[in-house]
Design a protein around this ligand. Structure first.
Ligand SMILES: [Zn+2]
Length: 193
């Protein structure tokens, strides 16, 4: 990937890239987790990339629930800023970002903070440090597309493990094959201080 890639210059290419990344296993609803009835809205009055969930009836785009949500800055500039910040060894200041991607300093400052926060809370930093408390729970959502057996109780649904840091409110969710000790414990060990 280099700086002339269309995802950094064209907002539709940027959105399609993000859709491929985020929904590699199929579109899911960021509001209720529904996977079966997500429909792309293609009418000319709809903005590109708008979906509707048949389960909860809410609309969404690929940026809902991400650091790019509800921003007037075109998505290609967000991707460019993220790429620059992630690939620059010495780090990049908000001022450099402002000059490089062509947004006002105030906007660059806002983006810089959001991206840095997203990078900081990546899976490398364990949750619940310094004696904090992390809650863990499981839930069953949608239908596991790989499941072949009978559709009874919850066996055919996707198993999701969620962790919530009680102090910071940070949450992480993982799709797991089975909710057994064998599958769950390594995730807890990897993510909790
Ligand atoms: Zn939904």
């Amino acid at each position: 990937m280099n700086l002339t890639d269309p995802i950094f210059t064209d907002k539709d290419a940027a959105r399609e890239y993000l859709e491929r990344q985020r929904w590699a296993d199929g579109v899911y609803c960021p509001h209720c987790g529904g996977v079966d009835k997500c429909k792309k809205l293609t009418g000319k009055f709809h903005r590109p990339g708008l979906y509707q969930c048949g389960d909860c009836r809410k609309q969404f785009t690929v940026t809902v629930g991400t650091v790019f949500e509800r921003s007037k800055v075109p998505l290609n500039k967000w991707l460019l800023a993220t790429f620059l910040m992630a690939s620059s060894k010495k780090g990049m200041s908000a001022h450099q970002l402002h000059r490089t991607i062509g947004v006002t300093y105030k906007t660059a400052w806002f983006m810089w903070h959001r991206i840095r926060e997203a990078m900081r809370s990546g899976s490398f930093s364990p949750m619940g440090g310094e004696g904090g408390t992390v809650e863990s729970d499981e839930t069953f959502i949608g239908t596991d597309p790989t499941y072949k057996g009978s559709r009874r109780v919850y066996h055919h649904k996707m198993k999701v493990l969620s962790l919530v840091d009680r102090e910071t409110g940070e949450a992480r969710s993982f799709v797991v094959d089975k909710l057994t000790q064998h599958d769950v414990v390594p995730i807890l060990k990897e993510n909790i201080d």
